[in-house]
Design a binder for this molecule. Sequence first.
Ligand code: NAP
Length: 280
Amino acid sequence: MTQHHTYSQQRIQLGEGISIPAIGLGTWPLTGEDATDAVARGIANGYRHVDTAHSYANEAAVGDGIARSGIRRDQLWVTSKLSLEGHSRTKVKDAYAGALERMGLDYLDLFLIHWPNPEHGRYVDTCQGLAELVADGALRAWGVSNFKPAHLDAVYAAGLRPSVNQVQVDPEHLQRAQLEHHRTLGLVTAAYSPLGRAGDFLEHPAITAAAARYGKSPAQVVLRWHVDSGRIAVPKSASDTRQRENLEIFDFTLSEDEISAINALDTGAGPRLDSDEYGH
Ligand SMILES: NC(=O)c1ccc[n+]([C@@H]2O[C@H](COP(=O)([O-])OP(=O)(O)OC[C@H]3O[C@@H](n4cnc5c(N)ncnc54)[C@H](OP(=O)(O)O)[C@@H]3O)[C@@H](O)[C@H]2O)c1
């Protein structure tokens, strides 16, 4: 198995004395053999962090890819996410057991509440259950996804401290108020759809000029922008070349001015999906 890249990958410290590789491999919307192949190939290409979810219907296939890669479990960071049926202090334990069984793993590194589903009113209890899994030593870290400031405030008011909030961030969706709230709380941000699903902004001069300066691709500049801004990013690629491209970002850094120029592409638009309206 190829071991290159891994030595220089940046990691981000989470509260509990553990650190997560800053770049992870996204796996939505891959399923079946496509997901297994992308994960096994990704690990061979140097990825040490894989992102899946119950709702992607690919946890078993992702688990097969991990097994096929032959990687030692303690060399890999695995994140999954629970759906609405796992919401409650007790049901979250069943959701965790189910994820482990589907993936063929003994533990996860990070388990996230995929959506807050505020109309069901159980996300704070679910956080409590997740914190208990960590306290029991069954899970390394817990977190949330698509939680707005008000949802986070309810969680923190209950004395609970997630390690990560995974939200949609790209140069045109900077979610400034959301990210400022994370900074105030000391909460680490993970960016999903970090390339805006290969958004048009990849052709903007603020990005292509920096790419030309460093001999990098626009996607590499955007991923470096996430990491230089202190965020985790989980780009998805099923292509061997683009998987490697997305990991080859640890041999340059952007200047403050370059980062500001990319931040200036923000449209102020919110995420595609409003988590007060949408969830599963
Ligand atoms: N928490 C949540 O609610 C949530 C929601 C959405 C997504 N996610 C997670 O975030 C991951 C990534 O998000 P995403 O898939 O929506 O968007 P993304 O990673 O921003 O973009 C993926 C798209 O960009 C292409 N691509 C990848 N690398 C590229 C490169 N270097 N140059 C040009 N194009 C490139 C991919 O095609 P190829 O495969 O052909 O390279 C794919 O079509 C998902 O896979 C999932 O794990 C989480």
